[in-house]
Write a protein that binds this ligand. Sequence first.
Ligand SMILES: *[C@@H]1O[C@H](CO)[C@@H](O)[C@H](O)[C@H]1NC(C)=O
Ligand SMILES: *[C@@H]1O[C@H](CO)[C@@H](O)[C@H](O)[C@H]1NC(C)=O
Ligand SMILES: *[C@@H]1O[C@H](CO)[C@@H](O)[C@H](O)[C@H]1NC(C)=O
Ligand SMILES: *[C@@H]1O[C@H](CO)[C@@H](O)[C@H](O)[C@H]1NC(C)=O
Ligand SMILES: *[C@@H]1O[C@H](CO)[C@@H](O)[C@H](O)[C@H]1NC(C)=O
Ligand SMILES: *[C@@H]1O[C@H](CO)[C@@H](O)[C@H](O)[C@H]1NC(C)=O
Ligand SMILES: *[C@@H]1O[C@H](CO)[C@@H](O)[C@H](O)[C@H]1NC(C)=O
Length: 684
Amino acid sequence: MAQLCFLCFFFFFFLFFAGPAASQQLYFAGFHDSAAVAANLTLTDIAKIEQNGILKLTNDTSRLQGHAFYSSPVRFKNSSDGKAFSFSTAFAIAVVPEYPTLGGHGLAFTIAQSKNLRGLPSQYLGLLNATDVGNFSNHLFAVEFDTVQDFEFGDINDNHVGINLNNMVSNASTTASYFVDDGPTKQNLTLKSGRPIQAWIDYNSAVNSLTVALSPFSNKPKKPILSFNVDLSPILHEFMYVGFSASTGLLASSHFVLGWSFSMNGPAQSLDLSSLPSVPGPKKKHTAFTIGVSVGAVLIVAIAIGVAVFITWKIKNADIIEAWELEIGPHRYSYKELKQATKRFRDKELLGRGGFGKVYKGTLRKSKTVVAVKRISHESKQGLREFVSEIASIGRLRHRNLVQLLGWCRRRGDLLLVYEFMANGSLDSYIFDEPEAVLSWEQRFRIIKGVASGLLYLHEGYEQVVIHRDVKASNVLLDSEMNGKLGDFGLARLYEHGANPSTTRVVGTLGYLAPELHRTGKATTSSDVYAFGALVLEVACGRRPIDPKSRSEELVLVDWVWENYREGRLMEVMDPKLKGDYNAVEAVMILKLGLFCSNDSAAGRPSMRQVVRYLEGENGVPEEISAPKVVEGGKNGEGFDDFVNSFASTCSYSRTGNDNNNMDTDMSFASFSTSPLSLLNGRD
Ligand SMILES: *[C@@H]1O[C@H](CO)[C@@H](O)[C@H](O)[C@H]1NC(C)=O
Ligand SMILES: *[C@@H]1O[C@H](CO)[C@@H](O)[C@H](O)[C@H]1NC(C)=O
Ligand SMILES: *[C@@H]1O[C@H](CO)[C@@H](O)[C@H](O)[C@H]1NC(C)=O
Ligand SMILES: *[C@@H]1O[C@H](CO)[C@@H](O)[C@H](O)[C@H]1NC(C)=O
Ligand SMILES: *[C@@H]1O[C@H](CO)[C@@H](O)[C@H](O)[C@H]1NC(C)=O
Ligand SMILES: *[C@@H]1O[C@H](CO)[C@@H](O)[C@H](O)[C@H]1NC(C)=O
Ligand SMILES: *[C@@H]1O[C@H](CO)[C@@H](O)[C@H](O)[C@H]1NC(C)=O
């Protein structure tokens, strides 16, 4: 082994020092010498050096990020031939989750063009933001140690190492592991175990190879777990900053770097883990209990029984907690905090009223984050509990076109849900009646594309099929850059893939309800597509799906669009507020897509995957769209009346909201009771 190492060393020596090349060495065995550290490391956001010389990138509070970069830029490239140099680095990290096995999101060794990275927390690891992911101009190289599986970025699992080039989607990734004793046996390593792990990253520019090795020990394994062939020359500038980035999200861990060595054009020195600062243990309650046993046999038996009882009790309790507290427990806000944030739920802070309750604007005092707080009142404890455990799953949904749930709080019959704040409110206020601002066609098209990709994620991107059940303009929220995000998963229910949805509940809003819903009561991905079709048509036409104020032949939007399509006057349905300023090809596509999705028969509608392909221009919308309605004998209004009557007689519904506009009222039935009627009656 020693011989091999020796050979190895010479091999490297040859590769790296053969030609004249820049060399730079960094070595931090812990970050003890505060003066040198202060001179050499730039810490941003919440990163800091602890007293024992450990570099703490984040603590275990939600949605934080921390960065630490070597203060001076490092020469990574030969200026005359533009070829990136070889480099090598070794570092020791430790990830301590807030609760055992529940932590996030991860950290990354980073080479960036700036030492003041301004990324997003959560799945972005503080590296990039939603607009610049994948952009070639990022000039970002990162090796991520990721502890949450984000479907948006195609993560393989919640414990992996990945090589990321300008992107959060990894170019190569593998489960965190190492080769035992340099043999063929691969052993998994749990990144968020709280124990130190050493990582080695080597880039050899002569053969364009990049390797990553891990180990829980001080010696470098001979076999890397990840190899990727890449020429980093186009990614790296001549001078770059090198360091670390980490973030937390809804799930949070403390991320530590215990020591770091880096070498340009030469092998980096491995770290001796035993000489590095020690990692603070996990917090209080869940720590293991250590019992010294050196007394008589009787006492041992007594203790053993006690421990067994304690463990059983612990497991039993842990289960209960996990079911609906622990999962989102870390993000449970105190009622006081939310009361303060919303100024005692003052009417002035009211953002709107939904089917279930009021939504307030709030500012969390500690983090100064602006949030939207939805207050839902419900009498039944049982119903609320089911609902909360559902929220727990929903809280793990992450996509740039879904409004992010940040946390929750329960107080007696009140459930408070804390969402990210959407600066521009809901889409309906921009398209119907007399909006304050008219959205341009580009904005509308982008919003539709965004909503489609959010909905596709719900249908196909998560472990389970999530049916939104209430897609409509007022549930599409707009952020400060007018990106559309789907909100209000309060009604969504989770189904296992392939399982039969239950049939007892009808949820949704008139005009967006697929016709089969009133027959079968079964919400499906296809009924979501129907509602999406209604949304698409309203956005293009600037009108509600059912508009009591219009002339009778225009009452039902989809029929009116269909009539115009059939008669070859499709462009006449476009929103007059656009004043003809739109891309006609896109407009035709959108209108046809709206009709396609609005087909009365579920089988006649496309899937969201197809919809996204049409919108991205990968596939063309079919030339001929078939008639959405299969009504016999003509007049459009009649079909609709039948629908309302039969619906109303099948299951009674409550009308809430705007009385002067009663055709468009919410018929929102809770998903947390066994039948709509039981909710209305307030019992289970
Ligand atoms: C850069 O490359 C040129 C040509 O290959 C070589 O002559 C020069 O020494 C290199 N410079 C450094 C700093 O490696
Ligand atoms: C950090 O900076 C000091 C000067 O303040 C220098 O002496 C020391 O070598 C530097 N350490 C590293 C690892 O670069
Ligand atoms: C984590 O860091 C933030 C920002 O420095 C601080 O406000 C918060 O109190 C810290 N949380 C814990 C648990 O130490
Ligand atoms: C995303 O990051 C890029 C580059 O750092 C920056 O120019 C842009 O303003 C950021 N976008 C947002 C929405 O923060
Ligand atoms: C990439 O970023 C550059 C500069 O920030 C910007 O001009 C360009 O439009 C971006 N490209 C894409 C595809 O977003
Ligand atoms: C890395 O992946 C991105 C997309 O995820 C791709 O655009 C890029 O070309 C890949 N780079 C290399 C070197 O394979
Ligand atoms: C290691 O982890 C992977 C991914 O979680 C799993 O498929 C594999 O079975 C594990 N291997 C061992 C030896 O536990």
